[in-house]
Every structure is written in C-alpha cells, then in structure tokens.
Design a protein around this ligand. Structure first.
Ligand code: RIB
Length: 351
C-alpha cells in the first residue's frame, strides 16, 4: 500500500505566449501563439504525482473567480483530493504570465493573488484533517507565504511523514525552515541563493556558486542541527539531470535522457511530484530521484506545465527502455493452451 502525497503550495492559471525568442526589456516581439494552461508549482506537483498512481491531496488557496473554479475542476479531474482547498472571498486566483522561446526556455512573472493569502492557520486546519503519518510525503513549495510553508513542514514532520521542500523561489528561507525538510530540491540558482543568504546572515564566505556539490554540502552542514537523520539535497540541473547529495555519502550524479524539448515550464514540478510519488510508494532516495529525472525529461516534450507529465505506464515504459526498471515477468503459461509444435504434457486421466 502506497503512502499519500500531501502537496502544500500554489495554484495558478498560466497565460502563455510561445514565440521564436524572448524579448529584451522594453522590446516587443511579434509572432507568438497564445494558450491558457493550468499551473502553479503546487498544482503542477500534485498532478505529476497523481498521474503516477499515488493518492494525492492538495492544500492551496484559490480566488472566488472563474479561474479558481476551473483550477479546482482541473485538479479534481486528475483524481486529486480537493476537499481542503481554501477559497478566498473577493480575491483573484494566482496568474502566471509566461513567455516560451523556440529553445523551450521561459520567463515567468507571477501575480500570486490568493496564493499570498494562504496562512499558517489555513495550512494547520487542512493538515489536521489530512493527518500526515509515516509513509506519507508532505511536498511543499515556496510560492506561498513562508509561515504557511513552515507550518506544513512542521506538521508533516511531527506526524512522521517525509518532508520535501522545493525552495522555489529561494528568497526569505532560513535555517529554521530549511531544517524542517528531509529533502530540499533546489535548482542551481536557488541553491546558490540559499547558501549566499545563509552566509550573509551568519558571516562566512560561501563556496563558489559554480560547484553545486560543494554548495549543497555547505547547505547540508549548516542545517545539520535540527534536520532529520536522512537529510539530503536533490539539486536539479535542467536538461542534464540532477545530483543527489547526502551527508557522509558520495554524491550521485543522475543523467537525464536526451529528448526534444518544446517547453521546459513545469519540468522542476514534474521532477518534484514524481520524486514525492516514488518516495510515497516506498522507493529509496536514489531510486526515487532516478525516476523523477526521467519523468521531468518526458514532461518537456509538450507545451504547458502539465500537458507532458507522464502517466505511470508511460514513465515505466521509458524506465524499462532506459534499463532503470526491469520489464514485468511474462504471465504464467496457461496449462490449457498448447503451444504449436510442442508435445502436450499428459493431463490427469479421466476415467
Ligand atoms: O514551475 C512552473 C510554474 O511556475 C508555472 O505553472 C507557473 O504558474 C509558476 O508558478
């Protein structure tokens, strides 16, 4: 039996223009196509995990507008538990304006709307109902107020769940919240920011930001006090993959398979959601990270944050093709069917 993934994070509607290239400040670039997608890091992570067949519930805030209704319906359609979603009166649902270029790179500006109104009290109320327990994974992103994120990690840890913090965006996070996460999943830039901020607060010189392993080790050291016994960093490295860094163990470099990328929006969310789903299914950190990297690489092959996120069957087919997962054993032979050319085993005698 799988544990649950309890996502605490943001939900947005993504308004996307896909064009040849990204504009410079002050420049207008003509010729793109417009699409509207469902997004928000929390919503995306919940979908990524739900498609992989684990039970998922989401704690997030929506506005009392049409975007909010659509966002709820879209999450429910993926089989995600939406009972504890918070609906804020006279508030707009979060909106992300996204530009994507022909190389699948993006620029994103977010008007957080209701996401900014999710409080620690909302999170507490929701998580008391969901009652995280050992085997569950509480997956938190930082597109919500820091106090709300901290409360989610605190309750998750108190209940014995595995806690994962995707520190995106990375500003405003200190040791008191970072050490509540069993696993942190920053990208390179977020990792550098976390360590630079901590160094500025505590008065030491951070390691060079171009070495993610050294930087990750520095972060693990500073959050050692108060951190869980298995604390780890899974640093995402874009199309190259990720590196898993644990205290006292060699780092594990996880290469992503090469794919034709159309839109990298939500690739990190796909990785986080798949990682949480794999942990909730009982896989260890390394196996979960390997699956997550492959899920993220598949997710960039279609436009929109959620559109390319793989189903369990699609991900497993790819994992088998890559030799990461063994193919299922052939079904046992039906004793009543005799293969052509073979001599039938004598059956029991009928008298
Ligand atoms: O990570 C991608 C997401 O970031 C988008 O869906 C957008 O809504 C922003 O939150």
């Amino acid at each position: 039996m799988s544990g649950r993934v309890l996502v605490v994070g943001s939900v947005n509607v993504d308004l996307v223009v896909q064009g040849e290239r990204l504009p410079q400040p002050g420049e207008t670039v003509m010729g793109g196509t417009f699409s509207r997608f469902h997004g928000g890091k929390g919503g995306n992570q919940a979908v990524a995990a739900a498609r992989l067949g684990v039970p998922v519930m989401i704690v997030a805030a929506l506005g009392d507008d049409e975007f909010g209704n659509d966002a709820r319906t879209a999450l429910a359609r993926e089989g995600i538990g939406t009972d504890v979603l918070v609906r804020l009166e006279r508030t707009a649902t979060g909106v992300a304006l996204i530009l994507v270029d022909a190389k699948a790179e993006n620029m994103i500006a977010v008007a957080p709307g209701a996401n900014a109104g999710l409080t620690a009290a909302h999170v507490r109320q929701a998580l008391i109902r969901l009652a995280p327990h050992p085997g569950d994974v509480v997956m938190v992103t930082h597109e919500i107020p820091t106090d709300a994120a901290r409360e989610a990690l605190r309750i998750g840890r108190a209940g014995g769940a595995t806690t994962v913090l995707n520190p995106a965006p990375a500003g405003g996070l200190d040791r008191s919240i970072l050490s509540l996460a069993d696993v942190l999943t920053p990208n390179r830039g977020e990792l550098a920011r976390l360590v630079a901020d901590d160094a500025a607060r505590s008065g030491y010189t951070p390691p060079p930001a171009d070495d993610p392993i050294k930087t990750a080790r520095a972060l693990l050291d500073v959050i050692a006090e108060g951190a869980g016994p298995h604390s780890a960093l899974l640093v995402t490295l874009g199309p190259t993959g990720a590196v898993l860094v644990r205290r006292g163990k060699p780092p594990i470099d996880i290469k992503a398979p090469k794919v034709k990328a159309i839109d990298a929006t939500g690739a990190g969310d796909s990785l986080n959601g798949a990682f949480a789903a794999a942990l909730a299914s009982g896989l260890d950190l390394e196996a979960a990270a390997r699956r997550a990297v492959v899920a993220a690489s598949l997710s960039v092959m279609r436009a929109g944050a959620r559109e390319g996120m793989p189903s369990k069957a699609d991900l497993e087919t790819k994992l088998i093709a890559l030799g990461i997962m063994l193919p299922p054993p052939p079904p046992p032979a039906d004793p009543d069917v005799v293969a052509e050319g073979s001599t039938p085993e004598p059956g029991p005698e009928v008298r």
